[in-house]
Design a protein around this ligand. Structure first.
Ligand SMILES: C[S@@+](CC[C@H](N)C(=O)[O-])C[C@H]1O[C@@H](n2cnc3c(N)ncnc32)[C@H](O)[C@@H]1O
Length: 360
């Protein structure tokens, strides 16, 4: 089956690498933050249970070109809806549109919704309920320029919402983004990793969970459990096949703020992990770890001179440390004194940032 997965815009190559490792498929970036690939039901389940860099997976039902709303309607009518929905299942259509069109995204949603109701009724004589607030099945309809993709959500609420996050911090990085940075750094399960500006510990916690091969959220429900075209008991079978690693490398978290060190400990405890969280100044503490991954302050709460000194001091201190790779996520590349070996442009909400990798 064709799958369209979403990830942090810019980190598609890293997400594609994780997809390849988990299900053996080569992902192709189809738009910013989107990846397309083929997999089977077990692969779809494995990604939902263990992929740390993906936000959501969708099974593609139709993919083609459109000019008019009538083309959208025709494409949605062509889907055999009795394969994807069963009597009594309430559905919703979520739509988005990019480009110049003589119609809006609500028109797309209602054209698809009508095609589903009509197609299902013509085939079965029964009417499917629509529930926009709490549907059993969510259909996604995207129009991007002249491309129309219709898909069914296999995930439900975004995977970035991790159960271990019990202590927050004003400027946390998304766990899916953190996991992608760790992967970008080339972190292997037996290696050590340190975040010298760890805030509430998102990066070290995600690194430690990835090293163990823990499920992303052991207790959550997945939309794919309600999808009639997937085999019964799929998630349980895939879970039963999985083994966690017992022995992994150490992860450490430094921050000048004692409340951040405490937040990291709280989050690590909630994740069932031991993370070495300490109060330390990154400008004065040379780090000794295989991988160093961090997102320094972007400076919204600091004056320009303070931020420049922070970057200069941190890189000077990194220079004195021992490591194999450093990955920095920042909106202030201009303050980074080294030339990266690799660079990925990353979109963080409305901010344009970059993930910079340095190797020794
Ligand atoms: C953008 S936040 C990191 C957020 C973190 N990744 C998370 O998800 O919670 C940057 C952190 O750097 C810390 N920081 C600022 N200056 C520092 C320094 N000189 N040494 C260590 N940490 C510092 C701040 O206290 C803040 O927690």
């Amino acid at each position: 089956m064709r799958v369209l997965a979403t990830t942090t815009p810019g980190l598609e190559p890293v997400a594609a690498d994780e997809v390849a490792a988990l299900v053996g498929s080569d992902g192709e970036r189809s738009a910013r933050g989107r990846l397309r690939f083929e997999t089977d039901p077990a692969g779809l389940a494995r990604l939902n249970l263990y992929a740390r860099t993906l936000n959501r997976t969708n099974v593609v039902l139709h993919d083609g070109t459109v000019d008019t709303l009538a083309d959208v309607e025709r494409a949605a009518t062509g889907v055999e809806w009795t394969r994807y929905l069963r009597d009594g299942q309430a559905f919703a259509v979520r739509s988005s549109r990019h480009g110049e069109h003589p119609f809006g995204s609500p028109d797309v949603a209602s054209a698809v919704g009508q095609a589903v109701v009509d197609g299902y009724r013509d085939a079965t004589g029964h009417r499917l309920p629509v529930d926009l607030d709490d549907p059993d099945v969510t259909l996604r309809a995207w129009v991007r320029e002249d491309r129309f993709t219709l898909a069914v959500d296999a995930t439900g609420p975004s995977l970035h919402d991790r159960p271990w996050r019990t202590a927050d911090h004003g400027a946390t990085v998304r766990p899916t983004t953190a996991a992608a940075l760790v992967r970008f750094a080339g972190h292997r399960p037996h290696e050590t990793l340190c975040d010298p500006m760890a805030g509430s510990g998102t990066i070290p916690v995600e690194a430690a969970l990835a090293a163990r091969g823990r499920p992303v959220d052991p207790t959550r429900a997945y939309a794919l459990a309600d999808l009639t075209f997937l085999p019964d008991g799929l998630l349980d079978r895939v879970r039963a096949d999985h083994r966690e690693r017992a022995i992994v490398g150490r992860t450490c978290a430094l921050d000048t703020d004692p409340e951040c060190a405490a937040a990291t400990r709280t989050n690590a405890r909630a994740a069932g992990l031991g993370v070495d969280a300490r109060v330390a100044d990154a400008t004065e503490t040379p780090v000794d770890a295989d991988r160093v991954v961090f997102d320094p302050p972007y400076g919204h709460r600091m004056d320009g001179g303070g931020l420049r000194r922070l970057y200069e001091g941190t890189f000077r201190s990194l220079d004195r440390g021992s490591w194999r790779s450093v990955v920095v996520l920042t909106t202030r590349e201009d303050l980074v004194p080294w030339t990266p070996d690799e660079r990925l442009p990353v979109r963080l909400g409305r901010l344009e940032a970059a993930a910079l990798k340095f190797e020794r």
